[in-house]
Write a protein that binds this ligand. Sequence first.
Ligand SMILES: NC(=O)c1ccc[n+]([C@@H]2O[C@H](COP(=O)([O-])OP(=O)(O)OC[C@H]3O[C@@H](n4cnc5c(N)ncnc54)[C@H](OP(=O)(O)O)[C@@H]3O)[C@@H](O)[C@H]2O)c1
Length: 316
Amino acid sequence: MDQLTEPATLKAAATLILLYKVALPLLSGIYAHFLRPGKKLRKYGRWAVVTGATDGIGKALCLEFAKQGLDVVLISRTQSKLDDAAKEIEEKFNVETKTISVDFGGGFDTTKQNKVAKALKGLDIGILANNVGMSYPFTKYYHELSDEECANLVSLNTESTLFMTKLVLGDETQGMVARKRGAIVNTSSAAGVQPSPLLAGYAAAKGGIVQFTKSLACELKGLGIDVQVQTPLWVTTKLAKIRKTSLTVPSPSTYAKQAVRFVGYDVACSPYWAHALQLSVADLLPSSLLAAAVFSMHRAIRKKGLKKEAAKAKGQ
Ligand SMILES: NC(=O)c1ccc[n+]([C@@H]2O[C@H](COP(=O)([O-])OP(=O)(O)OC[C@H]3O[C@@H](n4cnc5c(N)ncnc54)[C@H](OP(=O)(O)O)[C@@H]3O)[C@@H](O)[C@H]2O)c1
C-alpha cells in the first residue's frame, strides 16, 4: 500500500465500522422501539401462560396479554395473590383466567412438574412467558451465598424456564410443536449478557437462559414457534427494591407494554429503549473495563446492603 492510498483506506474502514457498529444499530433500534407495531398475539393461540404472575413484570405482562384478548394462566407461589391478580385481570379485560400455585424454588421436582402439566393439559397455549426469577437480597461475593440461595438461583431462573418450555412445546401429537405455532418469551437480565461481579450466580442463571433461547429459537424457527429472550436492566419491582421510576428505570407496566410489543420479533432484545441504549454503549467497551465499572457500582450497593443488614440485626 502506498502512502497516498493508506489514509483513504483507513478512512473507508473507519466509516464502515461506524456504520456497522453505531449507525445501523441506532436506526434499527429507533424503528424497533418507537415505530414498529406489535404483533397480533392471538394468532399464536388462545392462552398466555405467565410464571411469576402476581407481582412486578409478570403481573404487568398478564395485563398486557389480557388487553390483547388472550386468556391468561397465572403461575406463582401464593394462592391468595394469584386469586387477587386473576380477579383484577378478568374484571378489567373480560377474559378467562386460571391459576396454578407452585413453588419453583427448592428444586422443581416431578410432583410439582406433574401439577403444572395436569393444569395446562389440553389448553391451546399460544404464549409462554418464562418470567419468574430471583436475584440476591443485595450484591454479594458468590462464596457468601448460602447453598440454598445458590440452588434456588438455578431452580427459579433456569430450571423453571427449561421445564415450562418443554411442557408447552409438547411433541408431534400435542402442544406448540403439533400446532406449529406459539411464542416463548424468556425474561433474562442485563446480567445474563454482560459481566456482573457480585451477582455471579444470578449472571450464570440468566446467561444460561440467553444461550438456551438462542439455540432453541434456531431449532424451532421452521416450526412456526418464535422464541425470544428479553434482557431488562432495572425496573421498579420488589426484586429490584427500587420504588421511584426514572428515564432509565421504568415501572413494570411501562416495561411490559414494550416487552409485549417485541414478542415475535428479535431472538434477543432489551425491549425498553433506555435499557437497550445502555447495553449498546456497554457493548462498545472492552469487557474488562465494563466488568470493573459494574464491580464498582455493585460494591456500593453491597456496602448499603451490609449496613441495612447490620441495622436490622441490631434492632432484633
Ligand atoms: N426488576 C428488575 O429490575 C429486573 C431486572 C432484570 C431482570 N428481571 C427479571 O424479571 C423477572 C421478574 O422480576 P420482577 O422484578 O418482576 O420480580 P418480582 O416483582 O419480585 O415478582 C416476582 C414474582 O415471582 C413470584 N415468585 C417468587 N418466588 C417464587 C417461587 N419460588 N415460586 C413461584 N413463584 C415465585 C412472585 O409471586 P409469589 O410471591 O406469590 O411467589 C411474583 O409473582 C425475573 O426473572 C427477574 O430476574 C428483573
